[in-house]
Design a protein around this ligand. Structure first.
Ligand SMILES: Cc1cc2nc3c(=O)[nH]c(=O)nc-3n(C[C@H](O)[C@H](O)[C@H](O)COP(=O)(O)OP(=O)(O)OC[C@H]3O[C@@H](n4cnc5c(N)ncnc54)[C@H](O)[C@@H]3O)c2cc1C
Length: 374
């Protein structure tokens, strides 16, 4: 992203603004988004003009302010119309901008956070590798010191916003034998020599969200590219992912709500009696998911421990999205399976959420450990 626009924030809550943008601008472009495989420029411009790229970042660094609850509300409203657009923003805010805000020096914030928050740059987060997903402590992308700077060699897989991103928060190890103690976080600007991206990967859901492989071939970085201290990379990644889970849970909630809307509409056509059961069940589950997302955001805003709440929200909201989209497709019938129908897209999109930013099984592990105090 390169275009700039003054952040003219219209009146109303962040949720109201997001709903208005989602219905007025995102929804009409969903077909184009799915076909092109990326968020349309019109949608990016509207997000930028509304200050959405700076949510959660203080005005001092070019941001729009707002709480974790505001971020969750915005992502839910966007995902109700486009899970792909919501995911682009969730990654940008939660796992690209947030770790720089939390751990960056003032110079890094000026150079990298400000352009992200002002919507002049798009962010990505690169932890996963071709052979390393859940077990991130064993990543293999290597770095070595080169004078005062660093050189990175390796590959990152399934990276959201990867091809378009202007800045990637990337993780590499000094020596895989050191385990988590060897991992450091780096700020990698697009265009750095030795940085290439694969063509977007074709996938079942979130077709409008770009996912690709990033390749670092002896990529040279200045000393200022190190985020935090050497060896702190995994802690930075896991901290970002904990916050990111509230965002991804909110995206899943938006998909679940859209599926509920589709299901409820289908349930109004006769015969209605048995369909009421599906509506009642879906309503209860979506409401419970919303309560879990709200609680995780509330704890985060209060500065309280929210690891368990974030995992519970992500676990339940993503499974609710899948179940509700599945039931919606049942009730809509043949039209729900037709390629290009809303029910079909929701079914495909929902399936991605139990995987991204920590699978369901990993959320269960985190949650179990947190609840048992391990
Ligand atoms: C659309 C999409 C976008 C993505 N965007 C990004 C991104 O922007 N940045 C990024 O870094 N990554 C991204 N990812 C990667 C994502 O985070 C990983 O896919 C996820 O962490 C799982 O890793 P994996 O696919 O290697 O599966 P694996 O870790 O190999 O897991 C395979 C299966 O085994 C299970 N499993 C693994 N370990 C355990 C265990 N200890 N106990 C029980 N079960 C276990 C898993 O739950 C899963 O069901 C994205 C993925 C997708 C699909």
């Amino acid at each position: 992203m390169t275009a700039t626009a003054a952040a003219s924030h219209p009146p109303g809550s962040w949720r109201e603004r997001a709903r208005s943008l989602a219905r007025g601008i995102v929804a009409p472009h969903v077909g184009e988004e799915e076909r092109s495989g990326q968020t349309p420029p019109t949608v990016l411009d509207a997000l930028r003009a509304g200050g959405f790229f700076g949510l959660g970042v203080p005005a001092r660094w070019g941001g729009s302010g707002g709480t974790a609850a505001d971020v969750a509300a915005v992502l839910e409203e966007l995902a109700r119309e486009s899970a792909a657009t919501a995911t682009l923003l969730s990654v940008h805010l939660s796992v690209a901008a947030a770790p720089i805000l939390a751990r960056g020096t003032d110079a890094q914030k000026e150079a990298h956070l400000r352009p992200l928050a002002e919507g002049r740059a798009l962010g990505a987060f690169a932890l996963t590798e071709p052979g390393v997903g859940s077990d991130a402590a064993h990543l293999t992308c290597r770095y070595r010191r080169d004078g005062e700077g660093f050189r990175l060699t390796g590959s990152k897989m399934f990276i959201t916003n990867g091809a378009r991103a202007d800045l990637v928060v990337a993780f590499a190890t000094r020596d895989p034998a050191l385990g988590h103690r060897g991992i450091s976080a780096f700020l990698v600007p697009k265009g750095t020599a030795g940085f290439t991206t694969s063509p977007p990967l074709a996938k079942l859901g979130l077709r409008g969200s770009e996912t690709c492989e990033l390749v670092f071939s002896d990529l040279g970085l200045s000393p200022g590219a190190l985020l935090g201290s050497e060896g702190e990379g995994l802690a930075i990644a896991l901290g970002a992912l904990t916050g990111g889970r509230v965002g991804i849970a909110a995206c899943a909630l938006g998909v679940a709500q859209a599926a509920f809307d589709t299901l409820a509409e289908a349930a109004r056509t006769p015969p209605e009696d048995w369909k009421q059961v599906a509506v009642a069940r879906a309503f209860t589950e979506v409401s419970a998911a919303r309560a879990l997302v709200a609680e995780a955001a509330r704890l985060k805003d209060a500065g309280a421990e929210f690891v368990a709440a974030a995992s519970a929200a992500k676990l339940f909201a993503s499974e609710t999205a899948v179940r509700t989209a599945y039931r919606a497709a049942d009730l809509v019938g043949w039209a729900g399976l037709r390629t290009g129908s809303r029910a079909e897209r929701l079914l495909r999109d929902a399936r991605v959420f139990p995987i991204v930013e920590g699978t369901t099984e990993i959320q269960q592990l985190i949650l179990g450990r947190a609840l048992l105090g391990r």
